[in-house]
Ligand binder design. Structure first.
Ligand code: TMP
Ligand code: ASP
Length: 244
C-alpha cells in the first residue's frame, strides 16, 4: 500500500490508487454529514459496518445479474473496486414517502407509493444537488439517453432485488440513492460508454425501516438526532447475517 496516493476524499470515503490503473481502493470513514455538509459528526465503527454492508449488497446484486464496481472486500474498512469516471447524477428510488419527497409533495412520511418513483439529482455540492429531469441531463450533456435509460432501469432492478430480499429480514426499503460511472478503460475507448453501478449501498444511502414497528434503522437517526445511530447500523448488519 506504500506507493498509493489518495485520489479523492468525499464526506464518508477516501479513494486511493492501487498498482493497477483500472482499480482503486475505497476506505470507509466514520465521518457523517447531513444537509449538504452543514451537520457534521462521527459515528463510531460506521466505516466498518458500511464496508461490510455494501460488500454484502454488491455481492447479492451480482448474484442477481446486476454488476457493479465491486471486486472484493480487502479488510474491515477497505474495498477494492473498478475505477469509474463518475456520471454526476444521483439516482434515487422510492417506495414509501420520506425525506425530501415528503417536503416536496406535502405528503405524509410513511405513505406507500402506488409504484416506485425514480428521481435524478445533479451531483453538485455548490448547488446542493438539485433535482433534475432527463431533459436537464441531456441539455447539460452529463449523460447520453442510453446511459439515462440504464440508470433508471438499473435503479428499478436494484429496488426489486433489495426490496424482496429485505422483506424476508423484516425490513422495509423506503428509498435509496445510487451512483454510476463508466469504467476508466472502457471510457477511454468509448466516451458515453456503458455505465456500471458504483459508490456504496448502506444505511448512509438507504432508508430502512423495521417492517413491524416502522423504526428507522438508517442515517435518519443521525440527521434527526434520534439517538442509537451505531446500534441501527449494527442491527442492519446483523439482520443481513453479519459476522456469521
Ligand atoms: P432524500 O429524501 O433526502 O432526498 O433522500 C433520498 C434517499 O437518498 C435516502 O435514502 C438518503 C439518500 N441520500 C443520499 O444517499 N445522499 C444524499 O446526499 C441525500 C440527500 C440522500
Ligand atoms: N451526505 C449528504 C451530505 O452531507 C446528505 C445526507 O446524506 O443527508 O450532504
Amino acid at each position: 500500500m506504500g506507493t498509493e496516493t489518495m485520489l479523492y476524499e468525499g464526506k464518508a470515503k477516501q479513494i486511493f490508487s492501487t498498482d493497477k490503473p483500472d482499480e482503486v481502493r475505497v476506505y470507509f470513514k466514520d465521518d457523517a454529514t447531513a444537509f449538504n455538509g452543514e451537520k457534521k459528526g462521527t459515528i463510531q465503527s460506521k466505516g466498518v459496518l458500511n464496508n461490510s454492508i455494501s460488500a454484502f449488497f454488491f455481492e447479492l446484486l451480482q448474484s442477481e445479474g446486476i454488476p457493479s464496481h465491486f471486486i472484493k472486500k480487502i479488510d474491515d474498512r477497505n474495498m477494492l473496486v473498478k475505477k469509474l469516471s463518475i456520471v454526476p447524477i444521483e439516482v434515487v428510488v422510492r417506495n414509501i414517502v420520506a425525506g425530501s419527497l415528503s417536503k416536496r409533495l406535502g405528503w405524509e412520511e410513511g405513505r406507500r407509493l402506488s409504484r416506485p418513483v425514480v428521481e435524478l439529482y445533479y451531483k453538485d455540492d455548490a448547488l446542493g444537488d438539485p433535482l433534475i429531469n432527463r431533459s436537464h441531463a441531456a441539455a447539460m450533456d452529463i449523460a447520453t439517453p442510453s446511459q439515462l435509460d440504464a440508470l433508471e432501469e438499473t435503479g428499478l432492478k436494484v429496488n426489486a432485488v433489495l426490496q424482496k430480499f429485505l422483506a424476508d429480514k423484516k425490513l422495509l426499503l423506503v428509498d435509496f440513492k445510487l451512483e454510476f460511472g463508466v469504467p476508466v478503460q472502457a471510457q477511454s475507448a468509448a466516451p458515453g460508454g456503458q455505465v456500471l453501478l458504483g459508490d456504496e449501498i448502506s444505511p448512509d444511502t438507504c432508508r430502512f425501516w423495521d417492517s413491524t414497528t416502522n423504526e428507522k434503522l438508517d442515517k435518519d437517526r443521525f440527521r434527526r438526532d434520534l439517538g442509537n445511530v451505531v446500534e441501527a447500523y449494527q442491527e442492519i448488519w446483523s439482520r443481513l447475517g453479519g459476522g456469521r
